[in-house]
Design a protein. Structure first.
Length: 126
């Protein structure tokens, strides 16, 4: 099941790129964009930077330029794509982390007694 979710995420990521690139350079076929995406994902799994930061942008821009996209349009398309697929996800994760932290802190304040290791009780005793 987890593998299917990962495959779905890759497909949605590719759809994001396929929608962004033609918006800036309409003459490139989607199959070329898919090939560039695949090549950049292979480069992105190399453990050089976290999340393939920098390596994916560089390789994807290079592949798009090789398929005839101008360097300016390729870089712009890749940066918009990474803004959506990488940085927006990080922002959503931080927001979720803050919300979960607030609710968790609120729930732990309600508990007046907690158990420490070795069965030692702390907090108000009846």
């Amino acid at each position: 099941m987890l593998g299917l979710l990962g495959l779905g995420e890759w497909r949605l990521d590719l759809v994001c790129l396929i929608l962004v690139v033609p918006a800036l350079h309409p003459s490139i076929p989607w199959s070329s964009v898919a090939l560039g995406y695949s090549a950049s994902q292979i480069v992105g799994v190399l453990p050089i930077t976290p999340g393939g930061l920098g390596t994916i942008e560089g390789s994807l821009s290079g592949v798009l330029v090789a398929f005839g996209v101008s360097a300016r349009h390729a870089i712009t398309a890749v940066l918009v794509y990474r803004l959506i697929s990488y940085w927006m996800i990080i922002a959503i994760g931080w927001i979720a982390f803050v919300i979960i932290s607030i609710f968790t802190r609120h729930d732990t304040r309600r508990q007046t007694t907690s158990s420490l290791p070795l069965g030692i009780e702390c907090g108000p005793q009846p």
